[in-house]
Ligand binder design. Structure first.
Ligand SMILES: Nc1ncnc2c1ncn2[C@@H]1O[C@H](COP(=O)(O)OP(=O)(O)OP(=O)(O)O)[C@@H](O)[C@H]1O
Ligand SMILES: [Mg+2]
Length: 465
């Protein structure tokens, strides 16, 4: 475990140095400031585990520093040092949230004992909070909706994985909730009080991404007018979320691997080695193993980020969750005005395959809430492409049941393609079923899709084996 960090603040530099020396000898890391404003910035940027501050300082006194520091970290223990060691000011300080109180002429042992107690109290408080969060709601993932067996299993896995320090790879189609899961992992982990830092590996060109991740020195490249910390440093002692990790360029994969192995990084254009302690949660909708075999993803990095894999099922494989989610989104977007779905609308939602998963459902419900005239969402509030897959209206174009292609007349290419694809799909499925003697499991296996999806398709086209 990394050393715990104490922030020492006093307007007298000698005093600061003195305290820092004692604490360092006791194995703590020290941050120091002689200016309370700078101290506040350090609380926000560095998340110290304890604040030791003088009470009387010009600019901002210790009590105010205490109040403002605890606004950004409510669990931060604060020890005040003062020359005016009267009982009254001690009581007042403790009422205001100070953890402890030291006279200015404290002894080395007094200081050590107070700091140790403060840190122990913080650890206890964090542990309590974690326990409380776990008990709250379904695993404390209040914003994660799902009761299907598939998702219940995922939540169980997330809870176990979160409490370890292992790197986690979240897999799943677009819109399945990968980022939400990554945040839940962080929030339920022992690193929860530190930063969660998302990085979208697909959004920036390589050189920019490199300096974003690892930081740079002033003048490292044209435009680097100031030195900048990298996001990996910002995530120190917290969680780094590498979204779309499959898109990380090979050169950066190598560099990332080195940082994870050595737990140290170097700024672009710099020489100093900087310690970093990050837990990496990554997400991808690509098949990374295949990318490894194709030489597009480094095998060693794959194993390092994929200590625990969390494969999110697509929405269509989460029996029952569709309704639950649809109603949750209805509540969010419909408010008091739109409060339900009519039967036909629900049927249409149910019949659709949701290739865009939860995000697509969310968008569809938001749009429907905006369009709905009355207090219920009806079929006509749903987008056309969704209704075309609805068996309530024959989706299979005329001719699809025969062997010929449907006429497409003046249809735009996109729509014509869709019509033809449906015909191909129907004839493929029918043929497959026939060859497997109507055995859905065998046919699905041959098609490389799961049985439920296969069922949904043959229901959609009303194919009988
Ligand atoms: N189980 C869930 N409960 C409630 N909301 C969810 C759930 N899963 C996803 N969402 C919502 O759906 C949207 C998409 O989720 P998220 O961004 O986490 O998906 P993603 O897998 O990262 O998607 P992409 O691959 O497109 O980046 C978000 O608005 C999220 O809040
Ligand atoms: Mg995402």
């Amino acid at each position: 475990m990394t050393a715990q960090r104490v922030l020492v603040v006093d307007d007298e530099p000698d005093m600061v140095e003195n305290c820092a020396r004692i604490l360092k000898r006791s194995g703590y890391q020290c941050l120091t400031a002689t200016d309370p404003h700078r101290a506040l910035a350090l609380v926000e940027a560095e998340h110290p585990d304890l604040l030791l501050t003088d009470l009387k300082m010009p600019g901002m006194d210790g009590m105010e520093l205490l109040r403002r520091a605890r606004e950004s970290d409510p669990a931060l223990p604060v020890i005040l040092i003062t020359a005016f060691a009267t009982i009254e000011s001690a009581v007042a300080a403790i009422k205001d949230g100070a953890f402890d109180y030291l006279p200015k002429n404290f002894s080395v042992d007094q200081l050590r004992v107070a700091v140790e107690r403060g840190l122990r109290q913080r650890a206890l408080q964090l542990e309590n909070r974690n326990l409380r969060d776990q008990l709250q709601g379904a695993l404390g993932f209040e914003n994660l909706i799902g009761r299907s067996p598939a998702m219940t299993k995922i939540f169980e896995l997330v809870r176990k994985a979160a409490r370890s320090d292992a790197n986690i790879l979240v897999l799943g189609e677009s819109g399945t909730g990968k980022e939400l899961i990554a945040r839940a992992i962080h929030a339920n982990s022992p690193r929860a009080t530190q930063a969660f830092v998302p990085v979208d590996c697909a959004s920036l060109p390589e050189p920019l991404l490199e300096s974003e991740l690892f930081g740079h020195e002033k003048g490292a490249f044209t435009g680097a007018v100031k030195a900048k910390r990298g996001l990996m440093e910002v995530a120190d002692r917290g969680t780094l979320f590498l979204d779309e990790i499959g898109e990380l360029p090979l050169a950066l994969q190598a560099k990332l691997l080195r940082v994870l192995q050595e737990r140290q990084l170097r700024h672009v254009g710099g020489t100093a080695q900087i310690d970093v302690d990050v837990r990496v949660v990554s997400a991808t909708n690509r098949d990374l193993r295949e990318a490894v075999t194709k030489g597009q993803f480094r095998e060693e990095l794959y194993y390092r980020v994929n200590v625990i894999a969390i494969p999110l099922p697509p929405l269509r494989d989460r029996a029952g969750d569709l309704k639950l989610l649809a109603h949750a989104f209805l509540k969010r977007y419909g408010g008091e005005r739109v409060t339900g779905f009519d039967d036909a609308a629900l049927k249409a939602l149910d019949a659709y395959a949701w290739p865009g998963n939860v995000r697509e459902l969310q968008n569809v419900v938001e749009r429907a809430c905006a369009l709905a005239d009355g207090d219920r969402i009806t079929r006509s509030d749903l987008p056309d492409y969704l209704l075309q897959a609805d068996p309530a209206r024959p989706a299979v174009p005329a001719g699809a049941s025969g062997s010929g292609f449907p006429t497409v007349g003046d249809l735009p290419l996109k729509d014509a393609k869709e019509k033809w694809m449906q015909v191909l799909e129907v004839s493929y499925l029918r043929d497959l079923l026939e060859r497997h003697g109507g055995n859905v499991s065998a046919a699905a296996k041959a098609a490389g899709i799961d049985r439920k999806t296969f069922h949904r398709l043959i229901n959609k086209y009303q194919i009988r084996g």
